[in-house]
Design a protein. Sequence first.
Length: 242
Amino acid sequence: MRVLLLGGTADARRLAGLLVAAGHRVTTSLAGRTRDPLLPAGAVRIGGFGGVAGLVAYLRDERTDVLIDATHPFAAVMTGNAAEACATSGVRRLVVRRPGWTAAPGDVWHRVASLGDAAAFLPRIGRRVFLTTGRQGLATFAGLGGCWFLARSVEPPDGVVPERLQVLLDRGPFDVEGERRLMLAHRIDVLVTKDSGGPDAKLVAARELGVPVVMVDRPALPPGPVVTTAEQAVTWLGTGTR
């Protein structure tokens, strides 16, 4: 089958490899926000489609059989566009999303609905903030002059950023010991992150150090089939599920 895979995640890269090995014609679409992305197996296209209309045209021009959305859980605009484009074009659509995180004994989590809510809540519980929500959301925290931020991202931030900001350019995966050392070295007293799911060393380190976490909840998915692993996606394709 001709598969358009909306990627940019480790799950998407794994899925691309499995699909190519199974004999499918796979094109992975990357947003292009990272200058040196990790490339998956199969063909790769980089850049946007031009909204819903552009995506519909692409699906039809490429005679796409299936669109698989394995983007980041917070790529809400792309996920919404994909759902609308598939409904318009009649192309089958599947979403791959790993399960979100669940608090364990010892965790001190404060769940919020958005980055804006996280910024509003922060001053109540901490002043030295480990911010791991991505470089594009830094402007949301720019007005918090009473907080100091350590922000980690793959690419340097641009645009408006908090005045008291140290940027750490790094790409995971990270281990618990390294995250513990990082938090201790910077005297972190609150962690802000998005509910991305999967193994996560910083949450374990925060639990062990007693650091509270401001957890931004995922946006809701459009209606449609959802699986949680790359292997389940391959099975879904093989069964012809609609």
